[in-house]
Write a protein that binds this ligand. Structure first.
Ligand SMILES: Cc1cc2nc3c(=O)[nH]c(=O)nc-3n(C[C@H](O)[C@H](O)[C@H](O)COP(=O)(O)O)c2cc1C
Length: 335
């Protein structure tokens, strides 16, 4: 069906078609028309102590406020990651902030964590009847200084903990000034140590262990990858999500939108993110599971990520280009 709707959606501004699609999904789900093929028992996999119905998830950023959780879950995802959410609501960057690079099957975005705040998101998750694993992706408000960043993550962690199956610490969005600096050295160790300490307290309080994953950028050199991997091992982080969008424009130099600021996702990112996954996998030696994301547009792309060392995969941009059929195609094509 998506091939008929896509021309209409692509005739609208990217952000307008984004809102329309999410609204449509919710509606389809409410009237019982949004269901994907049944998930088979042999698709299930246990990662971070969680039983995922299948390996294919929705990456963060599409449903920032968990408004469409049920509709998205009905598309056949094994897990849906909502957010990024921040302690306080914020508007994000001025429009336009989302660009289609249609020829390259890519997207550039500089949304800037537009979201309704963690309290709103938690209420939406509580209302949801989604029968998939739910990840909540947390970040910091734009106005929060680097020194106070940990406090923002702590606020979100405490509020989201009881309602998530896993929680992602997003330190890799290129659209919040200074956020990616948290990926390095002592700052990373300090942030992850304090969040792990809080996780320990929360696990006692709720009598439930909710794993913490860290989401990294693809724009990391070999030394940075080695150091981040070591910090993940030292702080006993439960999982790694690799990767977020890239600042590189190497693969899209001829696109009319190539000069737009923001993170590039989709096909131009496929190879780069797979390489980053392979490098992390070498250092992590299976001790920290990896969720692979970045330019997955087919079962073969997903399989490449699994071969590189990922235990699970996520999609975003290719869903905009291909629609729901992509999820089923990947689920049926991976082994
Ligand atoms: C419009 C848009 C918004 C995004 N927002 C977020 C976000 O809020 N938090 C996050 O961790 N990643 C965000 N991402 C990154 C995706 O989750 C994913 O890591 C990235 O797009 C690479 O996957 P893809 O090539 O399949 O899109 C966003 C991506 C896009 C295209």
């Amino acid at each position: 069906m998506y091939q008929f709707i896509r021309p209409l959606l692509f005739s609208l501004s990217p952000e307008c078609s984004h809102h329309l699609t999410l609204k449509g999904l919710s509606l389809l789900n409410k009237v019982g028309l949004g269901s994907a093929p049944e998930i088979q028992a042999n698709e299930a996999v246990t990662v971070m102590g969680i039983k995922f119905p299948n390996r294919v998830g929705l990456a963060a950023g599409l449903d920032k406020n968990a408004d469409t959780l049920d509709g998205l879950a009905a598309m056949g995802f094994g897990f849906v990651e909502v957010g990024t959410v921040t302690p306080l609501p914020q508007a994000g960057n001025p429009l336009p902030r989302l660009f289609r690079l249609t020829e390259q099957n890519a997207i550039i975005n500089r949304m800037g964590f537009n979201n309704k705040g963690v309290d709103y998101l938690v209420e939406q998750v509580k209302k949801s009847k989604a029968n998939c694993i739910i990840g909540i992706n947390i970040g910091k408000n734009k106005d929060t200084t680097a020194e106070d960043a940990a406090e923002d993550y702590l606020i979100c962690l405490r509020k989201a903990y009881a309602h998530a199956d896993y929680i992602t610490i997003n330190i890799s969005s290129p659209n919040t000034p200074g956020l990616r600096d948290l990926q390095y050295g002592d700052e990373l160790t300090a942030l992850l140590s304090c969040l792990k300490a809080e996780q320990k307290d929360l696990a006692k309080q709720y009598d439930r262990y909710v794993p913490l994953t860290v989401k990294v950028a693809p724009d990391l050199d070999d030394e940075a990858i080695k150091q981040i991997a070591q910090t993940l091992l030292d702080t006993e982080i439960d999982g790694l999500i690799a990767t977020n969008t890239t600042l590189s424009r190497e693969a899209v130099q001829n696109s009319p939108h190539a000069d737009e600021q923001g993170g590039l996702s989709g096909q131009p990112l496929t190879k780069k993110s797979t390489e980053v996954i392979a490098k992390f996998s070498q250092h992590l030696q299976g001790k920290v599971p990896i969720i692979g994301v970045g330019g997955i547009a087919s079962a073969a792309d997903a399989q490449d990520k699994l071969v590189a060392g990922a235990a699970l995969v996520q999609v975003y941009s290719a869903l905009i280009y291909q629609g729901q059929g992509l999820v089923t195609k990947i689920r049926q094509g991976i082994s």
